[in-house]
Design a protein around this ligand. Structure first.
Ligand code: GLN
Length: 193
């Protein structure tokens, strides 16, 4: 059975653990560098990216995560998307630079900062049936590099993208019962072997 790590320093890792199990893999909570040695891929959950960044440095995990992502799949959701991006704005922040994205934090504004919408992917994405997307103080992807493929958009902006082995969502696929997006990540684990 595939072993999927869920970074468990802060944020909604518990919901991801359940979503991984629903999708048919074993979930492993990752808190220390050695936890990375036993997993086939890693989910970086939503939460607060600035706090997560501090904790990553405190645990000496920042460089280890970058190395892990150079060899194995990472799925970043919301704050996780911010952490894996190449460039972070508003405010500028350090990031792992694993996916060629420019993201703007808290970009939907502070008044109405959470929403639930139905999104449909184009033919060939496997997401042609509506996906319920929960956005919570989400970033907006302002630029995607040429190796990035967009799988879902909201208001014209990419909200689910892939680049090779990596997957990125600005929304929270772990909060709905729909396992399709986690399954998409599990497919990447197979590909990377
Ligand atoms: N606003 C958070 C950040 O900038 C992300 C929110 C989330 O992960 N739901 O880090």
């Amino acid at each position: 059975m595939k072993r999927v790590g869920v970074l468990a320093l802060q944020g909604d890792f518990e919901a991801h653990r359940k979503a991984v199990e629903r999708a048919g893999a074993q979930a492993v909570e990752v808190r220390k560098a050695e936890d990375l040695d036993t997993i086939d891929g890693l989910i970086v959950p939503g939460g607060e990216s600035t706090t997560m960044l501090k904790l990553l440095h405190a645990e000496n995990l920042f460089e280890r995560l970058r190395e892990f992502g150079e060899a194995k799949p990472i799925f970043g959701t919301c704050a996780g998307a911010i952490l894996v991006a190449r460039e972070v704005r508003s405010p500028k922040q350090e990031s792992l630079g694993l996916v060629d994205l420019t993201v703007e934090r808290n970009a939907y504004g502070r008044q109405v900062d959470s929403r639930i919408v139905q999104l449909e992917g184009e033919a060939g994405t496997g997401l042609e049936q509506p996906v319920e997307a929960v956005f919570i103080r989400a970033p907006i992807i302002r630029h995607t590099g040429s190796d990035v493929r967009t799988l879902l958009r909201y208001n014209g902006d990419p909200v689910l993208v892939e680049q090779g082995r990596h997957l990125v969502a600005t929304f929270h696929p772990e909060l709905t019962g729909d396992a399709r997006i986690h399954q998409k990540f599990l497919e990447k684990l197979d590909d990377s072997r």
